[in-house]
Design a protein around this ligand. Structure first.
Ligand code: BES
Ligand code: MG
Ligand code: ZN
Length: 466
């Protein structure tokens, strides 16, 4: 989809003119008022649409009215959803181009562009019959600058969604490393198995041992012109999580190609920095590998030594994400950054607690947690704080090592957070569990099923607003 900006709505012939209607108000087009408002009593409840075939009475072949709901409740998030809804309607009627001429004063160009491009997304590269797409969307009223920023955000989300949707047979650790190397505006270092071993990342290394795919430790670095803060962003990069020797049942394994959604998020975020130019030094870190069962796999009962020297008894090989993150967190802390954020499809327990509605957030600094949650809210995502009560630590107690990698199933998301905290030394830190939100089984709001790009918008706004 191509997105354009038009300063003034000239009567350029177009297939569809999209206009809005607030509840209790008229629209900007007389003909729309005549049919929809006066005749059919179309109220304009939020997200409702009404289509008019103009039969030569307008410069547009059709007029699509999108309900904006109550005027006092309208905001940037509503704008994104409304535009997405309109684009889906345009796809349905197989329209190829449209002009959006909203009767509104605020510059919602960023939200509008993001909404249009989220709705335009389809993972159809392996289908012979492609999805119906709108080729061109033109926005009046919005500034070029806001729309452009929206396109940058949406492109980052698209990279993330494409990678998380991609079958594990293609989206391997090696492939992620290749993509990282090709991102413009960052310098990228890739560490192979021998170097990972030399760096002392015994926990991460163990997870990848059973796979035919070699692990790749990825470190990308962006340096802003005016560095106000140093931030490390870590993404869980399990390219396929079979569970390992503690193998998952078939139904739970089905979508486990999504277990690198955190890594895909970080790649999306890093790819956008060149355009956003935040005033920060930003490290993107991914400990990529596959968790597979084989004769070379790590085993329940093994004792691993992480980069910070702490020892971990393997209680369950399916709690692999936290082992890879443990070493990545140690690595990030050694960079001397001010803040670390990790994003991971970490626990089924988080899915049980929050469903696909919200991502779980934990951390060691209340102000940072709140800032992240607020940033999410204004970015169109929902984050919810989960507790880190010290009592959760009891269930990680091991008789033969410093800790086990799993505790009780109950409170599993918090226990995972407590485990990760053992590997944070120095910086402020937040952990985002996107197990329920990064990949959805049914369409939800403006998203089709599959990868959602969870975390991308929030982290981009987070680094932009430092
Ligand atoms: N990748 C899974 C978590 C997950 C579950 C992600 C559902 C997306 C959807 C993680 O590696 C895992 O297997 N966690 C286990 C931990 C348990 C063994 C303590 C889980 O949640 O069951
Ligand atoms: Mg697992
Ligand atoms: Zn996993």
């Amino acid at each position: 989809m191509e997105i354009k900006v038009l300063e003034n709505l000239a009567s350029t012939p177009c297939e569809v003119l999209v206009i809005n209607k607030f509840e209790g108000e008229k629209t900007s087009e007389e003909i729309a008022n005549k049919y929809a408002v006066d005749k059919d009593h179309f109220e304009g409840k939020f997200g409702e649409t009404y289509l008019i075939h103009t039969l030569g009475q307008s410069f547009a072949d059709k007029i699509l009215i999108i309900g904006f709901g109550k005027k006092e409740e309208f905001d940037a998030n509503k704008m994104r959803e409304a535009v997405a809804k309109s684009v889906k309607k345009l796809q349905q009627i197989k329209a190829k181009n449209a002009i959006f001429n909203f009767d509104i004063n605020a510059d919602y160009g960023k939200s509008a562009a993001i909404g249009a491009l989220i709705a335009d997304y389809a993972f159809d590269k392996y289908k012979n019959k492609k999805a119906d797409r709108v080729d061109e969307v033109t926005f009046t009223k919005f500034s070029e600058k806001e729309v452009k920023e929206g396109i940058v955000f949406a492109n980052a989300m698209k990279l993330t969604r494409d990678l998380a949707n991609e079958p594990a047979q293609y989206a391997t650790p090696t492939k992620l490393a290749e993509i990282a190397k090709n991102i413009e505006g960052v310098t990228t270092q890739i560490f192979d198995k021998d170097e990972i071993e030399r760096m002392g990342m015994g926990a991460y290394l163990a997870v990848g041992k059973g796979s035919a795919q070699p692990p790749k430790f990825i470190h990308m670095k962006y340096t802003g012109k005016n560095v106000k803060k140093k931030i490390a962003l870590i993404g869980k990069g399990i390219c396929f999580d079979s569970g390992g020797l503690d193998i998952k049942p078939a139904s739970s394994m089905l979508t486990m190609r999504d277990d690198m959604s955190g890594a895909a998020c970080i790649l999306g975020v890093m790819s956008a920095l060149k355009y956003l130019e935040p005033d920060a030094e930003i490290h993107g870190i991914i400990a990529a590998c596959e968790n597979m069962p084989s004769g070379t796999s790590y085993k329940p009962g093994d004792i691993l030594t992480a980069k910070n020297g702490k020892t971990i008894e393997v209680d369950n090989t399916d709690a692999e994400g936290r082992l890879t993150l443990a070493d990545a967190l140690c690595y990030a802390c050694e960079l001397g950054v001010d803040e670390v954020i990790d994003i991971a499809t970490l626990t089924g327990a988080c899915v049980v607690a929050l469903g696909s509605v919200a991502s779980g957030v934990m951390g060691n600094d209340k102000e940072m947690i709140n800032r992240l949650i607020e940033t999410a809210k204004s970015s169109g995502e929902t984050y919810w704080e989960l507790p880190m009560f010290p009592e959760y630590k009891d269930s990680l107690r091991s008789e033969i090592a410093d800790m086990k990698n799993t505790g009780s199933r109950q409170g599993g998301a918090s226990i995972a957070g407590i485990f990760l905290q053992e590997f944070v030394n120095g910086p402020k830190w937040c952990h985002i569990d996107v197990a329920g939100t990064a990949f959805i089984e049914k369409p939800q709001k403006e998203f089709i099923s599959g990868a959602t790009g969870a975390g991308v918008r929030t982290l981009l706004n987070y680094v932009k607003n430092i």
